[in-house]
Ligand binder design. Structure first.
Ligand code: PLP
Length: 371
């Protein structure tokens, strides 16, 4: 960032909101330990920042080995689980070197483990596929996995059984109940801890809470359900995506705005140009009536979103001036709503911000006093 220059487009992240949301997880699942999911740069919020904010979580989860190494190199001491585990001997070695805990989900990994000299140092998260058909041992292999584990019993440091739900955000779908039942019918006869629940299941399926829950999205204050926002669930959105008005102009009825010119003014109006576009990760395919907030007033986006800019109708906000802040999402404007009006999910919007958008921590009262 350039000293003294406010970047026009930036994401403000409030770590205290993330900590609030962690305590909300504990309220819902008081008897579970929390494996906090911070993959994909902590859903766009900044990997190391969020790992620090979540030092009270019982463990952290990333998708890939490299993310775990970044955390260790930044001095993070928490337990770290790698959700995709290791793919070859080098990645397995990195698990030992950096004290990472692999998810083990296929035979290839079992073969690598069988010949490694440090199995006793590894905490194994064994993933069973209960119907998602992505990662995990298929049901027909579960007994073979059990045999393998019995053969190596007392040779590994710890074992945790896990599975992942495919459809927990749809409370009316029986798939989730069936997945939980299938998983329980197997793990019931085992003595080790188990883990099932993502955010949607933490909030919607109490019977999925177990020794470990695995919240991701809800830690960032965002709802996993299509019909409710995070705030409505008692969560606090951790990110505010901001930009600024770079130009304002008076247009006449009949003037066409932006590429293609397919949006035409019905009457004379003030048009605002905002310094954010799809080059920052703002979605291009918006439904009409998508909103932004300027000076606490909501105004609609009009015309096509371009790479670096979008345009808004300022009719409802006559006092707007060049340089004013524009909120694209945050506590005032749920990212869930923008997801809906761009036919996507909040996950992709949060992870999809490009490198051009700097992330800064919200100034806390203490931080302001120090500066
Ligand atoms: C991403 C992920 C989670 C967290 O999911 P959310 O829907 O963000 O809560 C949990 N478990 C696994 C295996 C994941 O990949």
């Amino acid at each position: 960032m350039i000293e003294g220059v406010i970047p026009s487009t930036r994401a403000l992240v409030d770590s205290s909101a993330v900590r609030h949301n962690l305590s909300h997880v504990r309220l819902h699942a008081p008897h579970s330990r929390v494996l906090a999911v911070i993959k994909a740069n902590a859903y766009g919020h900044g990997l190391v920042r969020i790992a620090n904010a979540l030092h009270n979580a019982d463990a952290l989860a990333v998708a890939r080995v490299k993310e775990g190494i970044v955390l260790r190199n930044a001095g993070i001491k928490s337990r770290i689980v790698v959700l995709q585990g290791f793919l070859d001997r080098d990645e397995l070695g990195a698990h030992r070197k950096f004290k990472l805990e692999p998810v083990v989900h296929n035979d290839h990994q079992l073969r690598l483990l069988a010949t490694c000299a440090y199995l006793d140092q590894l905490h194994l998260w064994i993933k069973l596929d209960t119907g998602m058909n992505r990662l995990g041992f298929q049901q027909s292999d579960w007994n073979a996995v059990l045999e393998w584990l019995n053969k190596h019993r007392n040779k590994y440091a710890e074992l945790i059984w896990m599975t992942h739900l495919a459809n927990a955000d749809d409370i009316s779908d029986s798939t989730t109940i069936n997945q939980i039942k299938l998983f329980r019918s197997f793990t019931e006869t085992q003595s080790e801890p188990v883990s099932i629940a993502n955010s949607a299941a933490i909030l919607g399926y109490k019977q999925s809470h177990s020794e470990w829950v695995r919240p991701g999205l809800m830690l960032y204050g965002v709802s996993p359900f299509p019909d409710r926002t995070g705030s409505e669930l008692g969560l606090r959105p951790a990110m505010t995506l901001l930009s600024r008005l770079v130009s304002i102009k008076q247009l006449r009825a009949g003037d066409a705005v932006g590429y293609g010119g397919d949006w035409v003014c019905k009457q004379a109006m003030r048009l605002g140009v905002v310094a954010i576009g799809y080059g920052d990760g703002y979605p291009r395919n918006l439904k009409p009536g998508t909103l932004v907030v300027i000076n606490d007033v909501t105004v609609p986006v009009v015309g096509r979103v371009s790479m670096d800019m979008l345009t808004v109708d300022l009719s409802a906000c006559p006092d707007a001036r060049e340089g004013d802040d524009v909120v694209l999402w945050g506590a005032q404007l749920a990212v869930e709503n923008l997801a809906k009006s761009s036919s996507t999910i909040a996950y992709t919007l949060l992870c999809g911000m490009t490198r051009r958008v700097g992330i800064t921590e919200v100034a806390t009262p203490q931080a302001v006093a120090r500066s």
